[in-house]
Design a protein around this ligand. Structure first.
Ligand SMILES: *[C@@H]1O[C@H](CO)[C@@H](O)[C@H](O)[C@H]1NC(C)=O
Ligand SMILES: *[C@@H]1O[C@H](CO)[C@@H](O)[C@H](O)[C@H]1NC(C)=O
Ligand SMILES: *[C@@H]1O[C@H](CO)[C@@H](O)[C@H](O)[C@H]1NC(C)=O
Ligand SMILES: *[C@@H]1O[C@H](CO)[C@@H](O)[C@H](O)[C@H]1NC(C)=O
Ligand SMILES: *[C@@H]1O[C@H](CO)[C@@H](O)[C@H](O)[C@H]1NC(C)=O
Ligand SMILES: *[C@@H]1O[C@H](CO)[C@@H](O)[C@H](O)[C@H]1NC(C)=O
Ligand SMILES: *[C@@H]1O[C@H](CO)[C@@H](O)[C@H](O)[C@H]1NC(C)=O
Ligand SMILES: *[C@@H]1O[C@H](CO)[C@@H](O)[C@H](O)[C@H]1NC(C)=O
Ligand SMILES: *[C@@H]1O[C@H](CO)[C@@H](O)[C@H](O)[C@H]1NC(C)=O
Ligand SMILES: *[C@@H]1O[C@H](CO)[C@@H](O)[C@H](O)[C@H]1NC(C)=O
Length: 573
């Protein structure tokens, strides 16, 4: 786990001026509230409470027992987790990995605290993991924090689960028959694995399996935190020293018995210590509290997987470099949502079409001159896998899974890299049909533009602008309603390192919309400037009926040095 520490090993400076008493800053990520029924009995239990002080390598491990007073165990209409955390002082953002029954069920990160203190609550819909919550088991929260000179922020956390009983009006949530982890299977820490190297696990599925869907968790860490800023190796000699290679393209792959089963072009989650920390207060970068996950229909492999033998499921991340390698390291995990036939007889069938290259098609072009380096990387992938599957009870399912993905990344290092711009977009169309009916859909577009401009030769004063969108029409699994999410976040910030300490400011504007096939809607326009919410408009069927409290905490705490892409070294620090 030492690799995780790389992320935080930068040298930093801390401002220590006397500060007036400040109010507690209420941090949040823009997101739709979870889909839960109103007017049904709820059972809320505390899963864990922990002050994450020096918690590196010391995950919180607790035993979970399902509640029995909200109807039959596992018959709930919905299940949510409420993670509420306070922190005071100075601290980096940290990654949080929630693992339950060896399945990663939520990946989060912590907002960086202020001297006046912060608090945040995120309520996460975990209904799709109901088969896990219906059994006693081990619940693990890995939140590796460090307390050392200049870093005194403790993350004081409490996690509750709420179970919503079902009723005739609110039937039990549909669920898989079992959930199979593709994870480290450790019992004392988060179950994500670090790649490279490729992670492989033997998985034996029940012989009457008829449908399998994989959910992937993936985020870059250390030299891969700002993967979209990494430099194409062939242009490293044209730039000042210290830039990180292996280029900006990343493809997360799930392979089964050595064949690509599906991939993800990931969304670039920016953590709250990223580039300009003050741009992410109190509104975090989108995805920082609830990292997006990716869905692959593995059902076309069912005819091969139902032979009662172990099969090699592997996870890795590749680049557009000739060797396809990445830097250390990405944290990955996956879980299979498995559906069984009513008959116990083995499933049969045949894969009728397999068309997928091992790697995406990529191109790299660039130009160098006049103190500029401009580089463009593109990628695309077309995958199609078809099968006919015959269940033991005689049902025939014609499955077709397709992925058509596109990627482009333009980086400009201008004026001897004093200005660094990235303009990246990943778009794609994922579709799986079972007998012609769509069961997995993912039409996504993740445009990202970041400009970082040094205001002085040594880079100790710089500004950045961010324009980041998450547009996704997604039917992740046949047990979750199809929804359309559109979020655009535009943010700006300034950061200054002076002999007297660090100073920063920022603005953060969001336009968010959520619409699903069940008729639920949520719209929010929310803007912040200098830690202050300046506009907050919420509407739609899921909007809270009371106007939320407007957080206001104008006094800045000490600022840790931000983490920067390409290890932009600030001399003299
Ligand atoms: C979440 O938990 C916190 C701390 O227990 C509590 O104050 C808050 O009301 C809860 N929020 C929701 C929406 O349940
Ligand atoms: C932060 O300070 C507040 C007010 O003094 C206190 O209530 C809270 O427990 C502190 N939180 C942490 C994590 O130290
Ligand atoms: C984790 O715990 C389970 C259940 O007790 C056990 O079967 C498994 O072997 C343990 N795994 C490891 C890596 O110790
Ligand atoms: C999977 O099992 C086979 C034997 O069935 C073994 O040869 C192989 O090494 C195992 N692979 C992994 C990743 O454990
Ligand atoms: C499992 O598949 C991966 C990816 O193809 C491969 O790297 C690994 O060697 C395989 N493991 C075994 C035991 O065959
Ligand atoms: C690099 O791109 C910028 C626009 O971002 C342009 O002004 C400049 O001329 C280009 N330089 C080279 C060497 O292509
Ligand atoms: C940021 O860089 C992109 C790509 O070069 C450019 O299109 C955009 O105009 C720049 N924005 C600002 C504010 O400089
Ligand atoms: C950075 O900006 C600060 C003002 O915020 C100024 O005091 C300092 O001199 C600047 N540093 C450099 C190297 O220009
Ligand atoms: C942030 O600070 C810089 C430097 O003092 C200033 O130019 C800029 O206007 C400030 N931004 C905001 C939003 O106040
Ligand atoms: C904070 O925003 C409110 C509007 O919501 C505004 O009235 C107030 O002046 C702002 N305060 C600061 C310090 O910017």
């Amino acid at each position: 786990m030492l690799l995780q520490d790389l992320l935080f090993s930068f040298v930093f400076l801390v401002l220590s001026t006397s500060l007036a008493a400040a109010s507690v800053l209420v941090d949040f990520q823009v997101a739709q509230p979870p889909l839960v029924p109103k007017n049904v009995k709820q059972c809320t239990i505390q899963i864990l409470q922990r002050d994450f002080a020096f918690s590196f390598g010391l995950a919180e491990v607790v035993q979970f027992e399902p509640p029995t007073d909200c109807g039959p165990v596992g018959s709930w209409a919905a299940v949510t987790l409420n993670f509420t955390v306070t922190s005071n002082g100075t601290q980096f953002d940290r990654l949080g990995i929630f693992t339950f029954q060896n399945v990663e069920i939520w990946r989060t990160s912590t907002p960086e605290p202020t001297l006046g203190g912060i608090i945040w609550t995120y309520v996460k819909d975990v209904t799709r993991y109901t088969p896990l919550f219906a059994k006693p088991g081990t619940f693990i929260l890995q939140l590796d924090n460090l307390i050392e000179t200049g870093l005194n922020g403790v993350y004081s956390a409490v996690l509750h689960a709420t179970f919503y009983s079902s009723s005739p009006a609110h039937p039990p949530a549909p669920k898989a028959d079992l959930i199979v982890p593709i994870s480290s299977l450790l019992n004392n820490t988060g179950n994500d694995v670090s790649v490279p190297p490729t992670f492989s696990l033997n998985v034996t599925l029940p012989e009457n399996t008829v449908k399998v869907f994989a959910e992937l968790y993936a985020s870059g860490n250390g030299n891969e935190e700002f993967w979209y800023f990494n430099t194409v190796n062939q242009f490293l000699p044209d730039l000042p020293g210290g830039f990180i290679g292996q280029g900006p393209f990343r493809e997360v792959r799930l392979q089964i018995d050595g064949r690509v089963a599906g991939v993800a072009y990931p969304y670039a989650t920016i953590f709250t210590g990223g580039i300009i920390p003050t741009a992410w207060r109190p509104i975090t970068s989108y995805g920082a509290l609830d990292l997006p996950t990716y869905f692959i229909d593995v059902t076309p492999f069912v005819p091969l997987l139902t032979d009662g033998n172990p099969h090699n499921f592997s996870l890795d991340v590749t680049s557009a470099e000739p060797d396809h390698a990445i830097q250390q390291n990405w944290f990955l995990s996956a879980a299979l949502q498995v559906f069984l036939d009513s008959s116990s007889k083995p499933t049969t069938g045949k894969m009728t079409l397999y068309s997928a290259d091992p790697f995406s098609q990529t191109t790299t072009t660039g130009s160098v001159g006049n103190n500029d380096v401009n580089i463009t990387v593109t990628a695309s992938r077309a995958l199609r896998i078809e099968s006919t599957i015959v269940s033991g009870s005689g049902q025939v399912n014609h499955v077709a899974f397709t992925q058509n993905l596109q990627y482009s990344n333009v980086q400009s290092y201008l004026n001897d890299a004093q200005i660094q711009n990235v303009l990246q977009t990943a778009t794609g169309s994922v579709l799986s049909t079972h007998n012609g009916v769509s069961v997995v859909v993912d039409q996504f577009s993740y445009p990202l533009a970041i400009n970082i401009t040094n205001l002085d030769a040594d880079g100790s004063n710089f500004t950045a602008t961010f324009d980041h969108s998450y547009d996704r029409d997604v039917l992740p699994l046949p047990i979750i309603p199809r929804s359309n999410i559109q979020e655009r976040q535009t943010a700006t910030g300034f950061f200054s390192e002076t002999p007297n300490g660090n100073f920063g400011n920022g603005t953060n504007n969001n336009v968010f919309s959520y619409i699903d096939v069940a008729g639920n809607t949520f719209f929010r326009t929310v803007n912040a400037a200098l830690n202050n919410i300046t506009l907050d408009l919420q509407s739609g069927s899921l909007a809270p009926t009371t106007t939320p409290h407007l957080p206001f905490a104008p006094v800045q705490g000490p600022l840790v040095k931000p983490r920067l892409p390409n290890n932009r070294v600030i001399p003299g620090v």
